[in-house]
Design a protein around this ligand. Structure first.
Ligand code: HXC
Length: 261
């Protein structure tokens, strides 16, 4: 119904992982501007929630997301897309500090594939379909489908997906390095993603945030600067209680109790 939220939010049974579900089933979760605005709001809420250690983002069995909303884009012109910064809000996800784990079933096409690639970790089902079909619409990917995809799978494969509309299934996505794991047939991909989220939530939040920041730095910085960022973040963690606790616990052969400070 029209009153159904475009993004559903629930907590995992541990209470430490927020599960966000794209919820526009009739349009295969096409990423309309209202849906993306709602997603940003939910992500920012989860990021600010102290009880949450990680976020899982998923869609339905049939579609993670079938792309940006073609019907919304159809009649747009340059001046309005430029003035209104169309799709500009898609980068807000990059400012989320907590890890986001994508759980992809079904279609992850166009903007759906790009949204998936902007997350920190990806799991998928064997039946997942990844593709960048923009060329069939007379356009090209506009939210990372030429940049992130090439970094993940290499130039020849990215060219084939972007220029020849090659679609790949979950096992291929795993073999090519687009996802960290394709779960077994019948396995619950969201449950597997939540397990990873719970593991992450069991570590010190400051170190987790620093690890995410440092890994992401590798995509943006020349090696020397990336190594410096990593070293500074590493050094700064010696100012945390969690570092004292983690190392003391190891020396005392007990489990650490993180204060996340
Ligand atoms: C708007 C969409 C949509 C989309 C599906 N729908 N994808 N609406 N934008 N991206 C709608 C259909 O119009 C249809 O609505 C309903 O969802 C069900 O889709 P069907 O086509 O009937 O389902 P099926 O036959 O199972 O085919 C599934 C499909 C096909 C192969 C995924 O829907 C498809 O090719 N979709 C478009 C995929 C695509 O080109 N994505 C890239 C978009 S461009 P009705 O009302 O008819 O029932 C893009 C650019 C990103 O993402 C740029 C930067 C972000």
């Amino acid at each position: 119904t029209a009153s159904e939220p475009l993004v559903l939010s629930e907590k995992s049974s541990s209470g430490k992982v927020i599960i966000l579900r794209l919820n526009r089933p009739k349009a295969l979760n096409a990423l309309s501007s209202p849906l993306f605005d709602q997603l940003n709001i939910e992500l920012e809420k989860a990021d600010a929630d102290e009880s949450v250690g990680a976020i899982v983002l998923t869609g339905s069995d049939k579609a993670f997301a079938a792309g940006a909303d073609i019907k919304e884009m159809k009649d747009k012109d340059f001046a309005t897309t430029y003035k209104n910064n169309f799709l500009g809000t898609w980068t807000r996800i990059g400012a989320i500090r907590k890890p986001i784990i994508g759980a992809v079933s079904g279609f992850a096409l166009g903007g759906g594939c790009e949204l998936a690639m902007s997350l920190d970790m990806l799991l998928c089902t064997p039946g997942a379909t990844f593709g960048q079909p923009e060329i069939t619409l007379g356009i090209i990917p506009g939210a990372g489908g030429t940049q992130r995809l090439t970094g993940l799978i290499g130039k020849p494969r990215a060219m084939e997906m972007v220029l020849a509309n090659r679609k790949i299934d979950g096992k291929t996505a795993e073999a090519w390095g687009l996802v960290s794991r394709c779960v077994a047939e019948g396995e619950d991909v969201v449950a597997e993603a939540v397990k990873i989220g719970d593991r992450i939530a069991g570590y010190g939040a400051v170190a987790v945030q620093a690890g995410k920041e440092a890994v992401n730095g590798s995509l943006e910085l020349p090696l020397e600067q990336g190594l410096r960022l990593e070293r500074r973040l590493f050094q700064s963690l010696f100012a945390t209680k969690d570092q004292k606790e983690g190392m003391s616990a190891f020396a005392e052969k007990r489990k650490p109790v993180w204060s996340h400070l």
